[in-house]
Design a binder for this molecule. Sequence first.
Ligand code: PMP
Length: 289
Amino acid sequence: MTQIPFDKRDGKIWLNGEIIEWRDAKTHILTHALHYGSSVFEGIRIYDGKPFKLHEHLVRLKHSAEVLGLNIDYTLEELGEIATKQIELNGISNGYMRPFAWRGPEEMLIGGQKCTTNIAIAVWKTFEESRSKLREDGIRLTISNWIKPQKGSSPYTAKAACIYTIATMVKNEASLQDFDDAIMLDEKKNITEASTSNIFFVKNNELHTPYPDCFLNGITRQTVIALASQNDIKVYERFINQDEIESFDAAFLTGTAIEIMPIKCIVDKEFETTNELIKFISSEYSKLV
Ligand code: PMP
């Protein structure tokens, strides 16, 4: 199915307090965010007309904005109401929501302190067919040549556009080698995360996941850890070295968009994609959403 470009779609977008036609949601090319990456965003799944973990995502949006020095003048309650209204207005039953904030065109100097903060929320329908095949087969990962910036070198707790420049390069590097995605290591060769998702490993019916000291502690990751704890499944959050990959039975990625995604292989190490613990976590996650 060919994708309709995002600027050629129809619907309503909420922009800076107003509801406007989808195709009218334009911004000037000399916008600070376009040049310097001064924008933050969220990705929220809509299941049966309801946004999953809306509050948690909006809290993270406000946090991300604060890290970058952007002022979002709306309260969590106001943003929540606007977001819910957007779903109704666009008649979305299963889809994706993108709230985002960015520095505007008032100034082109790097500091951008005179720039106003713009904020918008867009929602659109999503189709899951392509992912269900991947979920069945398991995703194929390589290890990226890009090293995750160490703690203190990037605003890693923020879902900020600047982080995604590397994610795009990691993903495209993997595609060129015929893999679906890649994991990034830190400078000590510890595993961090994939381009836009967190990673878990399974060994002896227990979970091991990298300690999030230089990458986003995903909301799905936190949901999986909570599900495991409610079901007496042990989770070790720790530094996991690349050398340990061989020792695990199974592995999966987590993220709002990909949910729980079994991993088929990391380079030439193959994993069990039908592992019972992964099946259990997937089914508990499905019940939640
Ligand atoms: N890491 C990165 C870099 C991401 O973009 C995402 C997706 N938001 C995640 C991890 C997973 O986060 P979440 O579970 O909150 O979607």
